[in-house]
Every structure is written in C-alpha cells, then in structure tokens.
Design a protein around this ligand. Sequence first.
Ligand code: TYD
Ligand code: MG
Length: 460
Amino acid sequence: MAKGKTTAFFCSECGYESSKWMGQCPACRAWNTMVEEPVAKASSSPGGRGRAGGPQRPAAYTRPSLLSEISLEEQDRIPTGFKELDRVLGDGIVAGSLILVGGDPGIGKSTLLLQVCRHLAADGRRVLYISGEESLKQIKMRANRIGPVSGELRFLCETNLDRIEQALEAEGPQVAVIDSIQTMYREEIASAPGSVSQVRESTGLLLQIAKSRGMAIFVVGHVTKEGVVAGPRVLEHMVDTVLYFEGDRNAAYRILRGVKNRFGSTNEIGVFEMEEKGLAEVENPSEYMLEGRPQDASGAVVSCSMEGTRPILLEVQALVAETSFGMPRRTAAGTDYNRVNLLMAVLEKRCRYEMSRLDAYVNIAGGMRMNEPALDLAIVMALMSSYKDRPVDPGMLIFGEVGLSGEVRAVSQAAQRVYEAAKLGFTSCVLPKVCLDRMKPVPGIKLIGVSTVREAIGIL
Ligand code: TYD
Ligand code: MG
C-alpha cells in the first residue's frame, strides 16, 4: 500500500475538507468545528472534490430532455394518512423525494414514521422500514401498541448501507424509511457511523437511490444540543424536504415543522398529540393551546401566530419583578430573547417605564416556540399587565408588530387571525390601526385599532 495521509479534517458545520487542522473553517467561518476523520483511499477522487458532490455519477451519458417529454406522473402525491403531515409535506409524499425528519431522541420520530408506513401498506403500497437502532422485536412491540398492520410492510435491521442498497433494489418499495442516518455506514468510508463523512456519503447514496428508482425515502436524523440535525449542514442542502419534530417532552403535543421543502411551502406546521396508541392529529390547535388557561391573572395575554396558512392562538405570559441583584435577569422561553430585550427597551425609552430595574420572564405557554413579530404587541401588553398588576380581559386577542419608535406596525393576514379568535368566542381584538382600516367588520368581535404602544397600554 502506498504511503499517504489516511486522515483528513472535516468541518462538522458545513462539511469542508482540509488536510490539516484549523481553528476556523475557511468555508463557513465557524470556530472549532474541524474534526479529524479517517479517509479511505478508494473513495477520494483527485483533489478530494468528488467527495463533496455526494453520489458518484455513472459514466454513461443520458440525453437531456425537452420539457414536453417529461411526464409529471411521477410527481403524484401519496397521502400519508395524516392530514397534518400531508399539509407540511405540501399535499403528500412526492415519489423520488428524500425527506429528512429531525428531532430530539424520544420525541416520536420512529412512532410517526411507523404509523405512516402502516397506513401506506394498508393502502396497498410496498413499504420497507429499515432500522439501525432497534431490533425486530422492539419494532414489533411498538407496532403492537399502535394497532394491527396489514399489507406489504416489511422490516429490516441493518446498518450497512451497501447491503441496504441491495435490499432496496431487490424489494423495490415505493416508500422506505431509514431510521437514523447516524447509525448507517458505508464500508468504503473508514470513519465511524455518525461522523461527518459517513453521514454525508450515506445521504448521498440514499439520494441517488431515491432519484434513480423514484422511491420516496424518509431519513431520520438526530439533532444536536443546538437544535440542528447532527452532521454537516450540507445534509440539509442535499435532501428535498427537511421536517423538524419538536415539542416539550413533558407536554403531550408535538409539532412537526417544515423548514425546507422543494415541493411545497415551508413554515407549515402539523400538530400531533402523543397518546397511548401512538400519535393522533390535533384538529383544532388553538383550542388545544388555550386549554386550562388562567382567568383574570395579570401578565397573561392571548395572541395569534400564523404558522404557514394556519392561524394558531396561544398564550403569552410575562412576569416582571423588582431585581434583587445589580443586573436584572431576563429570560424568554419559546420566543426570541433579544426581541424581549428590545421590546423592554422600547417601553423604557418611548413610554418611560423603568424597565432597567426589573427582572422579566416571558414565556409562551405550553412550550410552543413562536418567533413571529406579530407577537410583539402581546409581549409588550403581557409585560405591562404584570408591571401594573392588572389582568387583561380574557376575551381579548392582541397582535401587532412593534417598531423601535414605539409604533405598532401592520402584520400579514390580520383578518384570518381575527376570524380564528371569533370562532373561539373571543369578544374583542387589539390590532394595528393600519390593519383595521383595511378590514371589514367581523360579527361578534369588537376591533380596536392602535397605532402606538402607548395607545395600546391605555387599554389596560
Ligand atoms: P419514539 O418514536 O421512539 O421516539 P424517537 O424515534 O424520536 O426517538 O418515541 C418514543 C416515545 O413515545 C416514548 O417515550 C414512548 C412514547 N410512546 C407513547 O407515548 N405512545 C405510543 O403509542 C408509542 C409507540 C410511544
Ligand atoms: Mg427512534
């Protein structure tokens, strides 16, 4: 064997490859992300450039097609059995697509995909579920909880991707699931499963299989502490769709969020509830989120966030208290910390409330994560309600974006938010004046337009 380097350094953020260690990745400028991994001679093409490209191209040349020659039949959408999931995917699974499902361990990724597989099989499709994490017995135990399985749903325990490729070739399923990309490995890559190069090369191979055989493949990926799928960022660029399954471990509901979708809109969310017999869809998330909210408590405000095409009502809570140290403490759970600081600065400077002496805790009830600027006004009102210890009318909805000069700015789809509130029996709504001027009156709900934060606080 010729003497040469058998290891290289890879950036765990973006996948950049280098022959020596560096403190900062020259490609993505991240610090301290270079990790050393063995490289196999066979798979690295000259210059190392072939590696980043993922699938190896066959040498034969295929003739480019005219648009009129391309049939759209293959784009047919396959329903998953969950309306919530279909909507996030953009109306069902697209044949030949590679879908990454990320989430914390134990959040319910395997359960969700098993339920999808079960439905697809019952619909007469060939489905193959490949697990590298659980034994066949464990899968069967889970399946027993969910319910009877019929049709062509097969299971395989395997972590060697070359063998998985053969199984996929031989079985020819229409939909396959790879349960956790971090457990898969290719023999020609010398590094351990879950390492940057393994994850990247494995995804490359799966992409090639999905595209060449028109097979839809779901890939499960674990997330790191920072909340991104473990492995290089290139993983997200390679796949067609990235879904995140999130939620508070202690609460029963789970949210499936589309963060990238080549075949539909992103920002859509699907809401599920983890039950004894697997995941169930939550048909009316607003009602669900507001369940058991305190009446007449100060610091609690109901607001509305648009998630994709759907308005969701939620409760914003705030607690402000005199600080007992020199430095006030601020926390924001479920929303942007910097945004909360900014809003408090607006209150301090534009409305002359002494916020700099106060600790502030802001929370979106139920462990939801929402970052829409339309929540600004609700956060401000919740802070002020707590500050003045005066409860906000529980039948009041508040939304609007707050600007740095203390003005309340327009938000999109105001009418839809108001309709959602009216549907749930809310009786009044504080909204940006600009939005009110463009809206028709809604029966049963009193609309109050405000153009500054000061005006809004006057309502308290
Ligand atoms: P799982 O799908 O194994 O999570 P992941 O694949 O994301 O790691 O989910 C496991 C959790 O879900 C576990 O805590 C048990 C719970 N669970 C239920 O509450 N009901 C059920 O019917 C099933 C199958 C699991
Ligand atoms: Mg799992």
